[in-house]
Design a binder for this molecule. Structure first.
Ligand code: MG
Length: 339
């Protein structure tokens, strides 16, 4: 069965799709009320984030466009030190798209929301004529309650990195980026690799409640660890020093990326976080990360240092040979439609 234009019309065909598919999997007390908007009770302040997902291919090892749409938005809301609670979900579907594939996507989204403990409380479906979009695009918006900060620094922010802080990474780099690239281009030399796509909100909740003083939390998605740290370096006006020998990279990612001439530091991750915090809190934070199934390979990868005069923010890599290499932000996306 394929999706017809009528399914996004707002009429009976739309209703059938909503009841037979979206309510069946996403069912919760707020969604099923079917009012024009969701009635939410929240304790303020609130964190909010939105993202549109256009990944190609739609299905890849370790996830699909639907799981990405849940994990990605859950993670962005969490990075402010928030507890994500509610999501909206908009589907733009190309006429003729397989109903079976849509059901697979929706089913895995429902599983991802259960795992993260969030609810989809409002949504929208549009069906567009053939060629007006590529198969299916999904937008999710999430809101969450800020977990009361236990330190005078308040909620984590990219502008809060301080000289003397350490940089932690919750696991290996580049798995998502290389997986999507390998499946899109049929690269047979990249094997045994899968996306790291996962929600990190439970890990972050523990970090906020138990460690408290966390200066920066950010997920190194598009552009990878190097790009994300450049953003933070500019926001905080600091120099970030990474140690090449400490960088966690799975061997198959390292070899696959090296054949393609790509640096894993610039490959996207979808289930990792960077955490910048005072040195004396690092061991406690690492232990919490390693106790979480998504943080087993958490390590320290660098430190925050004084910014050289005249610079706007800088990321450098101390190589295994002892040299220093500047890690610039890339001009454009190395790989489009990665998420
Ligand atoms: Mg992010």
């Amino acid at each position: 069965m394929n999706i017809l234009l009528d399914a996004g019309s707002g009429g009976r065909a739309s209703m059938r799709l909503i009841h037979d598919l979206f309510f069946k999997y996403f069912e919760n007390d707020i969604l099923v009320k079917m009012d024009d908007a969701a009635y939410l009770e929240m304790k303020s302040p609130i964190a909010m984030s939105t993202d549109s997902y256009t990944v190609s291919p739609l299905f890849f090892k370790g996830g699909n466009i639907g799981t990405l749409a849940i994990h990605g938005t859950v993670n962005d809301v969490s990075m402010l030190g928030a507890r994500p609670k509610y999501l909206s979900c908009g589907f733009i579907i190309e006429e003729g798209f397989s109903l079976e594939d849509l059901e697979r996507i929706v089913q895995s989204m429902a599983e991802a929301t259960k795992e993260a403990g969030v609810k989809i409380v409002t949504g929208d479906t549009k069906v567009v004529t053939k060629g007006a979009c590529d198969k299916i695009f999904i937008n999710t918006t999430g809101i969450g309650e800020i977990i009361p900060p236990t330190s005078k620094f308040g909620s984590p922010s990219g502008a809060n990195a301080k000289v003397g802080d350490v940089v932690l990474l919750s696991g290996s780099m580049g798995d998502h980026g290389l997986t999507v690239m390998a499946e899109r281009e049929n690269l047979s030399f990249v094997s045994d690799i899968q996306s790291d796509c996962a929600s990190l909100n439970h890990m972050i909740e523990r970090l906020m409640l138990e460690v408290g003083e966390i200066h920066v939390l950010r997920d190194p998605t598009r552009g990878g660890v190097a790009t994300t740290l450049n953003e933070i370096a500019e926001q905080s006006k600091i120099r970030c020093v990474l140690y090449e020998e400490m960088l966690p990279i799975h061997e198959n990612v390292r070899s696959g990326a090296s054949i393609l001439g790509i640096d894993p530091l610039y490959l996207a991750n979808e289930g990792k976080l960077l955490c910048i915090l005072p040195k004396d809190k690092a061991e406690q934070a690492l232990q919490i990360m390693r106790e979480d199934k998504n943080g087993k390979e958490a390590v320290k990868i660098g430190e925050i240092a004084e910014l050289p005069a005249g610079k706007n923010g800088q990321v450098v890599l101390q190589t295994k040979m002892g040299g220093m290499r500047l890690l610039n932000m890339l001009e454009g996306a190395p790989l489009p439609r990665i998420c």
